[in-house]
Design a protein around this ligand. Structure first.
Ligand SMILES: C[S@@+](CC[C@H](N)C(=O)[O-])C[C@H]1O[C@@H](n2cnc3c(N)ncnc32)[C@H](O)[C@@H]1O
Length: 263
């Protein structure tokens, strides 16, 4: 499939041409295979089949998802959370503390958060109750997140000390399993940020990194973003990816150093 036809497909789903530019090679390969499986030789026949057949449409949408993630992605952010932002919120008495990893891929982000939270609990008499949600539109991602088994490459930003504390090496040497102490207490849900409602309300922290802001076009963002900020608590934090921009409509968000936006 050439770029022009790939762009037609992105437009059809309301996805962002710019967002997909860097990852288009791998995604086009997956879509090309799906077209062959459906017996479609060109994109117009494929689009017609997608219009008529909901299952094929859902399969194609899932294939368009990019689920690359890693633990402690953007190390500086996690440092800021651990050293400044979370201690401040804990000291201010926010209890229970509600966090949502929206578009969580295979759980790397919410498990990173749980590790930081656990570290902060050491040396404190008490911690707020943590209520954690992690959602993704791809059920396979949620299933993999619940299993919590990762290849070494997902852990390349994890300091050795944390690897030893929070992961267990599996007999197959290149795989590591997250320990039960980090795994528990997360509400997992298959949820489309555009079509569905947030899993709860009054979040003190929402991670919205490297998913809809990168890959969705304006119309889909207009449908998704108001629901997300309505679900955020006053004074809470909305964390976006280090290379992402906040759309101008987000006027009530004030960008801060290290974390691109907070409410
Ligand atoms: C590149 S991963 C990012 C994971 C993590 N947030 C991070 O920054 O490392 C993007 C994830 O967002 C999910 N996603 C994309 N669009 C979504 C939508 N509309 N609703 C829910 N999840 C979505 C994909 O399935 C994928 O697993």
């Amino acid at each position: 499939m050439d770029d022009r036809r790939f762009r037609l497909l992105l437009d059809w789903f309301g996805l962002s041409r710019d967002g997909y530019y860097r990852v288009r090679k791998g995604v086009k390969k997956r879509i090309g295979r799906h077209m062959l499986e459906c017996g479609c030789r060109n994109v117009s026949t494929y689009l017609m089949r997608l219009t008529q057949d909901r299952t094929l449409r859902e399969q194609c949408r899932t294939l368009l998802n990019v689920s690359i993630s890693r633990f402690f992605r953007d190390r500086a952010l996690w440092q800021l959370l651990q050293e400044e932002i979370l201690p401040e919120l804990i000291n201010a008495g926010v209890d229970p503390f509600r966090v949502w990893s929206a578009g969580c891929a295979r759980g790397e982000e919410i498990y990173s958060f749980k590790m930081v939270w656990d570290l902060l609990g050491h040396g404190r008499d008490s911690m707020p109750q943590l209520q954690a949600w992690a959602t993704d539109m791809n059920q396979e991602c949620i299933d993999a997140a619940r299993r919590g088994v990762y290849s070494a490459s997902s852990l390349k930003e994890v300091p050795d000390e944390l690897k030893q504390r929070y992961f267990e090496r599996l007999p197959k040497k290149s795989l590591l399993a997250i320990r039960e102490s980090v795994k528990g207490g997360i509400s997992w849900r298959c949820l489309d940020l555009v079509a569905d409602e947030p899993p709860a309300q009054d979040f003190h922290m929402v991670f919205l990194r490297n998913n809809i802001l990168t890959y969705c076009g304006e119309v889909l963002l207009d449908a998704a973003l108001p629901k997300i900020w309505e679900a955020s608590a006053q004074g809470g934090y909305l964390i976006i990816g280090s290379k992402e921009k906040w759309p101008p409509e987000g006027g009530r968000f004030i960008p801060m150093r290290g974390i691109p936006a907070f409410l």
